[in-house]
Each structure stands twice: as C-alpha cells, then as structure tokens.
Design a protein around this ligand. Structure first.
Ligand SMILES: Cc1ncc(COP(=O)(O)O)c(C=O)c1O
Length: 309
C-alpha cells in the first residue's frame, strides 16, 4: 500500500566524526509518502489491517489542530478506500482553521471539534466506550497512533536495517515509536530517546504502553535497560523552538540536503550531534530515525515568517 522500500539509508559525511570512526546513518522513513510520512504508516499499518479484518467502515482517531497523525490517517484511509473521522482538540476551530485541517477535510476526513475539557478525557475508558457507541463501525486509534498495533509497526523499522548499528536515535511524542524500536533492539544496541515535550516522563510513558499491551514487568525491564533518555533537548516544550534551532535546521540542510522539522526531527538531530561528542561513541555506528513531520513546516513558516529551506 505504501512503499517501505522508499525508506533508504543515507550516510552523513561529517569529517570530524569520520576521524573518530563514527558513522552516522539516517533511516529515511520520511520518504515513505508525502503525507503518510515517517513513523505514520508504521503506526497505521496494523491498525488498518485490523480495521479491515473486523470489517469496520473506517478509522476514528484523535489529534490537535496541526497533528501529523490526523493528516496521515486521513491520507491513508483515502488511499485505501476507508472512511476516516478525526476528533479534534478545540471547538473554537473549524475545517478551514489551518492547512492541516483543510487537507484532512479534502481527503474526506469528517472532523468533529471537541471542547478542550472533553478532549482531555480521550484516554478514559468510559469516554472511549461512549465514542465506540456513537461510531460502532469505526476502529478507534488513540492520539498519535499510540497502541499495541502502532508499536508492532514501528518494530519493523529496525528489522529493515541490514547494517550493524550500535546506537539508535529517535524523537518521543507518545513513545509509540520508541517502544517499537526498544522491542526490536539486539543485546548490543542502545536506544537514545529524545522527548520533544518538557518534563515528559519517558520511561513512565513507555512502561504504560508496554503494560497496556499486556506485557509483564519481566519482559518490560530488559527492554527499558537499553533505553537512554535525554530530556534537555525540548527547546521549550512541545511545538516550541528557538531561533538557534531554526538556524541549525537551515545549516544542516545546506550541508546534507536533508530536511528536518523544528517540532520533532530537528531537535533530535541537534541532540544526536551534541551527545555523540562523548568519547564513548568512538568507532561506532549511529542511526537517526527520520520520523517525518515535514508537512507541518509550511504552517510554521507562515506563523513565524521564517523560511526553512
Ligand atoms: C514527525 C514525528 N516524529 C516523531 C513523533 C513521535 O513519535 P511517538 O509519538 O511515537 O513518540 C511524532 C508524533 O507522533 C511525529 O509526528
């Protein structure tokens, strides 16, 4: 449905790192598809399969006004021939409020705008039950694709990499991608997780996702032991960025012809290049998982007046 072989591995040429025997590879999941880009198809793939096997009409999911996940769900369902519904945070919004919502709507997604107080209930069992009564023919996927099926899809990212890799770097929003990657690590690999939210409890969130998928402590513990969290690269918090980060993204593009966004991947690449200054990375291979997010750049350019590339 979506061509995963588009996700090639690109090697960055950085002289100072070459000298230290460090290779930096990029897993180009951003090339999978324009809208269903990065980790989005990874998280949707098995949810779509489940939706079809349960003979549901479509997928219902949740997201904020600029959600990459909402747009990806709309685009994937449109392409596959499924219906889609997006429950959106904020009843002050409408389908023309921004480009992400306009595109969701053009792709046939029915948008339902919830008051913030109601949207907050999106993880509550009783709320989900009432949504499934209102929309019985829809497979419900949590915000950000954060469920077991999303994790299983993300596990496949590492399985496609034939190179011997020591370190894996990834952004954390809901932690679904990092959980999938942690499940796929071999005993010599370390996952370096960079949360893009301030004061985010990475290990707690990962534990909840694993537990929610039926795993017990004995299987969760060894996976989390291979995870390192860096909580100092959020640049002010979710959706926030600094002038310095924007300059970094621009400079990086000029050098490597690789586009990053200021909400997720820009923060992680910045973190990676900082963290691997440490001696312990000498003579190792590092891989950066490009989780996409480039669809949101136009909106940010409009708001900030800053041109990225
Ligand atoms: C572009 C991009 N990168 C990374 C992430 C974080 O992934 P996760 O929510 O699985 O932690 C997201 C959010 O889903 C995203 O949109």
């Amino acid at each position: 449905m979506f061509n995963l072989s588009n996700s090639i591995i690109q090697e960055l040429n950085i002289e100072s790192l070459n000298k230290r025997g460090i290779r930096v590879l990029v897993k180009r999941d951003d090339l999978i598809h324009n809208e269903v880009s990065g980790n989005k198809w990874r998280k949707l793939k098995y949810n779509v399969e489940l939706c079809k096997s349960r003979k549901k009409e479509g997928i219902l999911t949740f997201g904020g006004a600029f959600s990459n996940h909402l747009l990806a769900t709309a685009a994937a369902c449109h392409k596959i021939g499924l219906q889609s519904i997006g429950l959106v945070r904020g009843n002050e919004l409408n389908k023309n409020s921004n480009e992400t919502l306009q595109n969701c709507s053009k792709l046939g997604m029915k948008l339902v705008f919830l008051p913030r107080s109601e949207y907050k209930l999106r993880y509550e069992k009783a709320f989900i039950e009432s949504v499934s009564i209102d929309y019985p023919n829809y497979h419900i996927v949590p915000e950000g694709g954060a469920n077991y099926h999303g994790m299983i899809g993300c596990q496949e990212i590492l399985k496609e990499i034939e190179e011997e890799v020591d370190h894996v770097f990834v952004a954390q929003g809901t932690s679904t991608t990092s959980c999938g990657l942690a499940m796929a690590l071999n005993e010599n690999q370390t996952l370096h997780a960079v949360p893009v939210l301030k004061k985010y409890d990475s290990i707690g969130e990962m534990t909840n996702l694993f537990r929610g998928s039926g795993m017990d402590e004995e299987s969760i513990k060894p996976m989390l032991q291979k995870v390192k969290v860096y909580d100092q690269y959020h640049f002010g918090g979710y959706g926030k960025y600094t002038e310095g980060l924007l300059l970094f993204i621009n400079e990086f593009y000029k050098k490597h012809q690789l586009k990053l966004d200021p909400i997720y991947t820009g923060k992680v690449m910045f973190a990676l290049l900082d963290i691997i200054q440490d001696q312990s990375f000498e003579n190792s291979t590092v891989i950066f998982i490009h989780t996409g997010g480039l669809q949101g750049i136009k909106g940010i350019e409009k708001r900030s007046g800053y041109s990225f590339f």
